[in-house]
Design a protein around this ligand. Structure first.
Ligand code: COA
Length: 398
């Protein structure tokens, strides 16, 4: 069975931009294929993560992005799963390569979220909630996550200040990431004094509305070796859908994420303790706390300590460094591309490319990480979660 690896990555700058989605994609694909044969000479299929047609009145992202990559007559399709669309696209690419169906598959994601302003983004994201139970009540993503945050603060010793510190850490990491939406460091007061969005969540507890694109080239290890590129093993993948309405779930035990992570760990033959770095779906600060617990990094009720250096966390925590890219919170969250941006970060960290960033490695991260976990979610929390475990593979490429 072929061994799937990431052979190349690319991404646009993140944030508000004048470029349409397909041009953002072109930036990403050009970066990924710099020094490689053209996509048409390599790629057998394309999967495109994209959340909503409302931003640019555009569907058919499979065909559109294939065309813009110079591909003709390959299978190409848009993958939907709200914010998990990117990791679902990656998972399809992994499966195709592992099954021997294609030697090289392009997993990509694009979102032009600022096109209609925050109101359109808010309304289009609400389509991910149960229409009969939730949409009719006028809930939004921040208001749904506020319920999780309220409950988490009630059940644990965490305070709003603890959640704020997660934002401070992630803005600090984003300041090192040249693609990130936010390049400034902030302090706890910046978060605590920022505008309420859906209490207890404030502006700086939230991921922003972001334009951006990302591309991940998945190949067999054999093909990556022939290309002579740095490669990273896609050692494990797992996915799990929970029910859609938050009202019918345990809000602080993100069971679907736990199961998806366990599946990816089992496939990769690792445990939570082996993970050096993790990109989790920190759409809101409380999400990083909850997902630290679901991933098995933190004992229940202590995930809010993710901002602390490992030595200052409670017993039972692992040494993992979280959201080295700045996370959704500060790197940016172009919804359909986010799962792939997580893979871009892990690839750059595991191959050492990210080591060229000023100030790296990020606080608490090992200088040469070998194993990464990606957790990408769609809908509120674990309506669907996709997990990938990536491991360094220095022997494959150059
Ligand atoms: N964190 C920090 N600063 C932010 C920010 C965020 N999340 N969102 C916007 N800003 C800043 C902008 O950079 C801008 O700064 P400037 O005035 O210095 O240029 C200012 O706040 C106003 O930006 P604007 O885009 O007008 O903000 P807004 O009030 O329209 O939207 C939110 C703010 C939080 C409501 C919006 O970003 C949001 O809905 N986020 C959640 C997105 C989401 O749900 N994603 C899916 C989750 S799965």
């Amino acid at each position: 069975m072929p061994r799937p690896v990431i052979a190349a990555v690319g991404a646009s700058r993140l944030g508000r931009t004048a470029l349409p989605g397909r041009d953002l994609f072109s930036v990403a694909v050009d970066e990924a294929f710099e020094g490689l044969p053209a996509p048409a000479e390599l790629v057998g299929a394309l999967y495109a993560g994209n959340q909503s047609e409302r931003y640019e009145n555009q569907i058919m992202h499979g065909t559109l992005l294939a065309e813009w990559a110079g591909l003709r007559y390959v299978p190409a399709e848009r993958v939907e799963g709200c914010a998990a669309a990117g990791a679902l696209a990656l998972r399809h690419a992994v499966t195709d390569v592992r099954n021997g169906e294609h030697d090289a598959v392009l997993a990509c994601g694009v979102e032009k979220m600022t096109a209609g302003g925050t109101d359109v983004a808010t309304a289009s994201l609400a389509a991910a909630f149960d229409r009969a139970i939730e949409q009719r009540s006028g809930v939004t993503a921040p208001s749904q996550y506020a319920l999780l945050a309220r409950r988490y603060l009630h059940e644990t010793e965490a305070t709003e200040r603890d959640l704020a510190r997660i934002a401070v850490k992630n803005h600090r990491n984003a300041a090192r990431n040249p693609r990130a939406q936010f390049g400034e460091t902030i302090d706890v007061d910046t978060v605590l004094e920022s505008q309420p969005v859906a209490p207890p969540l404030k502006l700086f507890d939230c991921a922003p509305v972001t334009d951006g694109a990302a591309v991940v080239l998945v190949t067999s290890a054999e093909t990556a070796a022939e290309l002579g590129v740095p490669a990273v093993d896609l050692a494990g993948t797992g996915a799990a859908a929970n029910n859609i309405a938050v009202a019918e779930r345990d809000m602080t035990h993100i069971e679907g994420a736990r199961i998806a992570a366990e599946r990816a760990y089992a496939e990769a033959g690792v445990t939570a303790a082996d993970i050096d770095i993790a990109e989790v779906h920190d759409a809101f600060t409380v999400s990083e706390a909850l997902l630290s617990e679901a991933a098995g990094f933190a004992p229940v009720g202590t995930g809010y300590q993710s901002h602390r250096p490992p030595a200052e966390r409670d017993d039972g925590w692992t040494d993992v460094a979280l959201s080295t890219s700045g996370g959704l919170k500060a790197r940016g969250h172009p919804v359909g591309a986010t799962g792939l941006l997580q893979a871009v970060e892990a690839y750059e960290q595991l191959t050492g490319v990210a080591g060229e960033r000023p100030g790296d490695p990020p606080e608490g991260a090992p200088s040469s990480p070998e194993t990464a976990l990606l957790l990408n979610e769609g809908g509120v929390a674990d309506a669907v979660t996709v997990a990938h475990v990536l491991t360094a593979a220095p022997e494959v490429g150059r």
